[in-house]
Ligand binder design. Sequence first.
Ligand SMILES: [Zn+2]
Length: 148
Amino acid sequence: MADLSDLGDDAGWRCWLCGEDVPQKAKPNDPNQPVADQIAPAAKGTKGRGETRLAHKRCNDLRKGRPPSIAWPKRFSVADAPELLQSLVRIDKKKDRGGEVVAMCAGPQEAEAAAAWVLPVARTLFPGSWEASCEPLSPMTAVRLRRS
Ligand SMILES: [Zn+2]
């Protein structure tokens, strides 16, 4: 398990599930106490970087064993989207340059807006460089996200 204070420093003491500040010190049963939230099931014996994120105990309890999920804002009218967080986890692990289509939008303008929204989300959760591109895929426009 990652050291909690390192995790907190990396995250700027912000909960990755709700986006609010996490106190560095809290009483044992304080629902706001910092915990290391496991973002994806880790392979046995691995404790690789990127497997845990700082969260409030209350947020961690709320999602229990379920995978966390990130919803596309409705204004982008994203259709046929795979679960965004799971896509980010896969793209981050693949490290290849092809990336993945993360959303299908009604047109190029929605796709550009969706790409502009998703890039900072990806960079916050998985630090490093990301790039997004929009590809016409008649009659929709695909948003592709990749590591760069
Ligand atoms: Zn939280």
